[in-house]
Design a protein around this ligand. Structure first.
Ligand code: DQA
Length: 146
């Protein structure tokens, strides 16, 4: 039996995790998060692929490429959360579950971060749990794709 494949997509500046505003985003790097997700995925019987881009169109391409390949998408669209109809539309064309993750609690921050275009499509939203949010999302995803 092949394992469900989960794509974990990350938007702009998340390549700098661990170095970028660690008081907000924590000390874990994206590589640390990828490793932790792979380990938990192994336990849960999920194959995880973590990708990152600083470019909106590249993220749209990644979401389109997941069609027919991945059973679920976990996405932290970073700043594009608050601006991108294109990412929302791409996710709407994806047939599987989508979980939106934010390291910080966006509702506790500046008003412009309180609105997410992505939440209109997301089956679940996790914010404010730091890097652990990706692991919580993966546990929920295991239930959704079972
Ligand atoms: C973020 C929150 C966004 O508002 C911000 O632009 C990010 C990261 C988070 O993970 O907390 O880059 O998505």
């Amino acid at each position: 039996m092949t394992q469900p494949v989960i794509h974990i997509l990350n938007g702009p500046n998340l390549n700098l995790l661990g170095h970028r505003e660690p008081e907000i985003y924590g000390h874990q790097t994206l590589e640390d998060i990828a490793r932790d997700c792979a380990a938990l995925g192994h336990e849960l019987g999920l194959e995880t692929h973590l990708l990152q881009s600083n470019h909106e169109g590249a993220l749209v391409d990644m979401i389109q490429a997941a069609r027919g390949v991945a059973q679920g998408i976990i996405i932290n669209p970073a700043a594009y959360t608050h601006t991108s109809v294109a990412i929302l539309d791409a996710l709407a064309a994806f047939e599987g579950p989508v979980i939106e993750v934010h390291l910080s609690n966006i509702y506790k921050r500046e008003a412009f971060r309180h609105h997410s275009y992505i939440s209109a499509r997301a089956d679940a939203v996790i914010a404010g749990c730091g890097g652990q949010g990706y692991l919580l999302a993966l546990r929920r995803m295991a239930v959704l794709v079972a």
